[in-house]
Design a protein around this ligand. Structure first.
Ligand code: ADP
Ligand code: ZN
Length: 371
């Protein structure tokens, strides 16, 4: 059953031209084509997707686009192998070659149909192809729906590190169809849940309570509940991005759990999923906040309980060495040439940024979380 489409406006730069809408609903694939056609973003569309999403939704999506655009509507699809390993400049150049072969020009738009990998890479190509063409995000993973599709960060990875080549380039629209989540594997679902919990912790104690009360609904992937929490998450992300589009201040709070989380992720050589790594990172940040800044231990316990209740691991697996995690944090510090900023908490909903965390505190907290 298709639902009402909720629309959230993202206002950037106070310029109307760079504003766009996030449309959210259940089974809205059919409406996406109509809304795009109404807005006359381009006269030709190329869907970029990965091999998994293409099998599930590629043809269906193209059909809807063509239906909405009428007889003359031109829509093609380009797919690349699923997975983070594809998010590189070689894949980007292959896609660019395909675009040139198809005769794509600046009157065309790209549609990113997929998870964060598809979104980041399609946005990157759109931002540089022929000095930029429009693109639209159609995120299909929970993580992309609540996080990476909103805010206009685009990138590919380099051998030296993730997301090292990229731009800020806003999409012309974001379409969040919750129906895509029906086919999402559990570990991918959990990656998105970790970001949703993060929004509760950094922005909204009421939302955090809602998540605590909704653990069963989350586990059942209850449609109405998911729509509610995805919508709140999109609103939070858009609010933060509106204030700090280019990541110069407030947007840092979105890194809650990510400083240690990224170090754990790379310390595992990317063997553990992003959601698991940032769950451990969020708990580490809560424990550091409790030790150093009087963050209430009851709040810290609530964070740990919620993370574990939704099925995310709140610990750092045995095979990840503490020294490896610390080395990665030091490397971050050296690379940026400044102190590492940690996002810590005064209360749930009240984050702050500080560089005042000593190595010994970090070591102790990381050790505590090892299992
Ligand atoms: P993320 O979205 O977490 O940043 P990816 O773009 O790699 O990372 O997506 C995660 C995985 O989930 C990929 O293998 C992708 O093909 C797959 N995927 C994305 N959306 C769906 C979906 N709706 N159903 C099934 N698999 C999906
Ligand atoms: Zn993240």
């Amino acid at each position: 059953m298709s639902s009402q489409v909720k629309r959230i406006k993202v206002n950037l730069n106070k310029k109307l031209s760079s504003s766009y809408e996030i449309s959210i609903g259940h089974d809205i694939i059919g409406k996406i084509g109509t809304i795009i056609a109404e807005n006359r973003i381009a006269d030709r569309y190329v869907v970029v997707t990965d091999s998994n999403v293409s099998v599930l939704y590629g043809e269906l999506f193209l059909k809807e686009l063509r239906k909405a655009g009428g007889e003359k509507a031109k829509a093609e699809i380009i797919e690349f192998p699923a997975g983070e390993a594809s998010k590189n400049i070689t894949t980007a150049l292959t896609i660019v070659g395909r675009l040139l072969n198809l005769g794509v020009d600046r009157k065309s738009a790209l549609l990113a149909l997929g998870g964060g990998v598809v979104g980041d890479m399609t946005g990157f190509i759109a931002s540089v192809f022929m000095r930029s063409i429009p693109y639209i995000q159609v995120p299909t993973s929970l993580l992309a729906q609540v996080d990476s599709s909103i805010g206009g960060k685009t990138a590919v990875d380099l051998p030296e590190g993730k997301n090292l080549l990229g731009t800020f380039y806003q999409p012309r629209g974001v379409f969040v169809d919750l129906k895509f989540l029906n086919t999402l594997p559990a570990s991918e679902f959990n990656n998105g849940m970790a970001e949703i919990i993060k929004y509760g912790i950094i922005d909204d104690p009421d939302f955090f309570c809602l998540l605590e009360e909704g653990v069963e609904a989350i586990k059942k992937r209850d449609e109405a509940f998911l729509e509610r929490i995805v919508t709140t998450s999109c609103r939070t992300k858009k609010k933060i991005v509106e204030i700090d589009e280019k990541d110069q201040g407030l947007r840092h709070i979105l890194n809650f759990g990510h400083t240690i989380g990224h170090a754990v992720e790379s310390g595992s050589e990317y063997k553990i999923p992003h959601g698991s790594a940032i769950s451990a990172g969020m708990i580490a940040a809560a424990r550091i906040s409790e030790r150093l800044y009087d963050f209430p231990s009851s709040d810290r316990a609530r964070i740990e309980r919620l993370i574990e209740a939704v099925g995310l691991p709140g610990y750092i697996p045995e095979f990840i060495r503490t020294e490896g995690v610390l080395a990665r944090l030091k490397w971050d510090k050296k690379k940026s040439g400044t102190m590492i900023n940690f996002v810590l908490l005064k209360k749930i909903g009240m984050p702050f940024v500080t560089a005042q965390v000593t190595e010994s505190t970090l070591r102790e907290v990381i050790e505590e979380l090892r299992k």
